[in-house]
Design a protein around this ligand. Structure first.
Ligand SMILES: C[S@@+](CC[C@H](N)C(=O)[O-])C[C@H]1O[C@@H](n2cnc3c(N)ncnc32)[C@H](O)[C@@H]1O
Length: 236
């Protein structure tokens, strides 16, 4: 998944990463060539690298200086390997994302792609910071843009239901309207046992409020129609 030399080896030190194939799927499904993708919690820059490889522009914000620096190195590595897009990384707190990236980015992003922090659903952790990050990203999205939350947190097949519900709650609390939910079923490599298979839920939302049905017929269309009924907020 992260083998080969797409990413610098130091990237392995960051534990809760998104699989590159998952980020690439979300970017390909919800944006087009040349579009802007934002990852407000960029980690080692998986979203940014995959966006560049698909000829998108990308901005990442990362709170930890060491991960922000590594994300920038992964971006430079992607440039050196011929990725057609480009990306930048800002070190800071994404709860103030507009102040960090500049007002020029307001309503320019086609996709905000974020992953659920691995421990958000645990009783010891308060989700309010994550909700604030998502909420602050609303002004960056185009009116027809998407917010996609990767909710697997590295859990195995059949263990992902709870984290998807946590992601749904965070998205709604941040003022987004649910759009659809996809499950990516990742097969293990041939030489790995089936226990390595993973269910990766993607929770997809729009910037409009709960009554905004203007784009109901869009989406990745890559599987059965699991779109939310907006009148029953958390039913799906
Ligand atoms: C689950 S990891 C993201 C991994 C990333 N998607 C990847 O695949 O490389 C979450 C990241 O969010 C960062 N983070 C947490 N709170 C943040 C905040 N308020 N602003 C920006 N980054 C934050 C953490 O330092 C961590 O690197």
């Amino acid at each position: 998944m992260r083998t080969g030399d797409k990413y610098l080896p130091e990237s392995d030190a960051h534990p809760p990463k998104v699989l590159p194939a998952v980020a690439a799927h979300a970017i390909a499904a919800y944006t087009e060539s040349g579009d802007l993708v934002v990852d407000p919690m960029a980690g080692i820059g998986t979203t940014l690298v995959e966006a560049m490889r698909l000829d998108r522009m990308a901005i990442g914000v990362e709170y930890e200086p060491r991960w922000a620096a590594l994300a920038m190195q992964n971006v430079e590595h992607a440039v050196n390997r011929g990725a057609p897009g480009f990306a930048t990384v800002v070190n800071g707190d994404a709860r103030e994302i507009e102040a960090l990236v500049g007002r020029d980015v307001r309503r320019r992003a086609s996709l905000v792609l974020a992953s659920l922090p691995w421990n958000l659903g645990d009783s010891c952790c308060d989700s309010s910071a994550f909700v604030q990050v998502l909420s602050s990203c609303r002004t960056l999205l185009k009116p027809d843009g998407f917010l996609v939350i990767v909710a697997n947190a590295g859990r195995g097949l059949g263990q992902a239901g709870d984290v998807a519900a946590v992601a749904v709650d965070a998205v709604l609390d941040a003022g987004f309207a649910l759009h659809e939910r996809c499950h990516l079923l990742l097969a293990p490599p041939d030489d790995e046992p089936m226990g390595c298979a993973a269910d990766t839920p993607l929770v997809v939302a729009r910037a409009g409020g709960p009554d905004d049905h203007s784009m109901e017929n869009t989406g990745c269309g890559c599987g059965p129609d699991l779109r939310y009924n907006a009148s029953s907020r958390r039913s799906a």
